[in-house]
Design a protein around this ligand. Structure first.
Ligand code: B12
Length: 430
């Protein structure tokens, strides 16, 4: 090979490299600061606040919480098994409502796998059957003609398939088929615009199935669906570099990472997404524990699919709790709170200290009378379920917007309105 040949060969090699989605290491102090935000959550041990996603995120990260982490898994097991398998001491029906949902059960199974456990034995079999039953029910809700919708969401449907797959539990082709259909006929996944989170989760489930070859009859369809999803996600990249938005980028990267797409500048797209993510981490955009738990694996080059064979011996840095210094008293700001979709419509200007969350604004408005709201705790934090006594119905939700028409990217506990801002609560469908 002449000089020119060598040069072309090297350039070709570099080009091929650029097609692979790789996330180079990030500053370890930045990662540690993110991990530290999870620690207070690990002291919150009621069933309502237990969050298997936090455990999964930590185990797939470069960080550990030592005895705290082990204790957290122990409590997760006690609480989840008790409420799922009915191993309660006072067996009344009152805690029925506390039963974990399909997605929560799936995350619990991921947490077990993150500790290198496989669901086995009588208890394990019952958990697996329960998750399979959930998926069968959802399959029925979607229906033979695929016209229906799952009771939960396609996000949870994908999560359920992924969790069984990392435990090498086989699902009927028809259950996988519903998710394949939804991805192929995108409009079934969402109304309006693409939910990058949902397709990324489906992609993670399919990647696990492809790797484990659990549904050989669907092999080609699965491979095509993964390609299709990768293309969709790449198309959803914003000028700043996010796939979808800042909060869907971690799951999108979990899917794209380590993959390659011939003829596509995947490497460049991923580096751009990484840069955008790091800038927003530095800006403090990652306060939510669930979001941090989806991001930490990415910063350690891992994805949920790695739970097929997790590395439980990998060295991880011990997290030290930080002592928060109380912030000095803040100036007062005014936020306009608006609820046009009730009659009579509600509008009021609320004064709160700068840096208050939207939840603080809602609390203050309620205290001042004339405003009412209700929340339900979820793995993402408090979810607004009712406003002025009006509960959101089936496939409805109380959407949070900054006037005139910008949906917020954070929930009521994290969003901090600025002085003079107008926040609208709008009953919307999804
Ligand atoms: C499906 C979904 C929805 C559905 C939920 C309905 C349903 N029956 O499933 C709908 C469309 C209603 C919804 C609404 C909102 N969502 Co949403 N949602 C999701 C999604 C795709 C999956 C959630 C899930 O099933 N998790 C798995 C199960 C096992 O966990 P879970 O805790 O039991 O699930 C419940 C909660 O997640 C809750 N929920 C859904 N979204 C949100 C958002 C917040 C802030 C909270 C507190 C709760 C919550 O609904 C789930 C079902 O009950 C996630 C994506 C992701 N990466 O997590 C985004 C996501 C969590 N949502 C997000 C946002 C911003 C919202 C809204 C605030 C948007 C808005 N401007 O109004 C609203 C919530 C407003 C409110 N009333 O409090 C962001 C949160 C980012 C962050 N910083 O935390 C995410 C990450 C999407 C994104 N990439 O932007 N969402």
């Amino acid at each position: 090979m002449g000089h020119l040949g060598v040069l072309l060969f090297l350039l070709g090699g570099l080009g091929a490299l650029a097609d692979i989605c790789e996330i180079p290491q990030v500053d370890s102090k930045l990662v540690e600061r993110l991990g530290q935000r999870l620690l207070p959550w690990m002291d919150w041990l009621s069933l309502e606040h237990l969050n298997p996603s936090i455990y999964v995120g930590l185990r797939l990260s470069s960080l550990q919480a030592g005895a705290r982490e082990a204790f957290y898994l122990h409590i997760l097991k006690l609480s989840y098994q008790r409420s799922l398998l009915g191993l309660t001491f006072n067996d009344d029906n009152s805690d029925y409502q506390d039963k974990p949902s399909m997605g929560q059960l799936a995350l619990y199974l991921l947490a077990l796998r993150a500790n290198c456990e496989l669901v086995e034995g009588r208890k394990g079999d019952r958990l697996v059957s329960q998750l399979k039953r959930f998926l069968e029910d959802e399959k029925k809700a979607i229906g033979h003609n695929n016209k229906g919708q799952p009771h939960t969401s396609y996000y949870q449907y994908g999560l359920g398939i992924l969790a069984l797959c990392v435990h090498q539990k086989r699902l009927h082709d028809s259950v996988v088929g519903k998710l394949l259909y939804a991805v192929e006929h995108e409009q079934h996944l969402h109304q309006g615009h693409l939910s990058v989170d949902t397709v990324a989760m489906a992609g993670l489930a399919f990647t696990c199935l492809e790797y484990s070859n659990l549904n050989p009859n669907r092999k080609h369809q699965i491979t095509r669906a993964i390609e299709n999803i990768r293309e969709k996600i790449l198309k959803a990249q914003t000028p700043e570099g996010y796939f979808g938005n800042v909060y869907s980028t971690p799951l999108a990267l979990q899917l794209l990472m380590k993959s390659s797409m011939p003829g596509v500048e995947l490497g460049t797209a991923c580096l751009k997404a990484r840069a955008a993510l790091l800038a927003s981490v530095q800006d403090g955009a990652f306060q939510n524990a669930l979001m941090i738990s989806q991001l930490l694996p990415v910063l350690n080059g891992k994805s949920y699919v790695d739970l097929i064979s997790p590395d439980c011996e990998a060295p991880r840095v011990m997290l030290e709790p930080v002592v928060e210094t109380p912030s000095p008293p803040q100036e007062v700001i005014r936020v306009v709170l608006k609820v046009p979709s009730v009659s009579p419509p509600y509008i009021n200007s609320i004064s709160v200290p700068a840096g208050s969350s939207l939840e603080d604004v809602l609390k203050k408005a309620q205290k001042l009378r004339g405003f009412m709201y209700g929340t339900q705790n979820t793995l993402s934090g408090p979810f607004l379920t009712s406003v002025m006594g009006k509960e959101s119905g089936e496939r409805e939700f109380w959407q949070l917007l900054r006037a005139p028409d910008t949906p917020l990217l954070q929930g009521i506990a994290e969003y901090t309105p600025k002085d003079g801002e107008t926040i609208e609560l709008r009953l919307a469908t999804w």
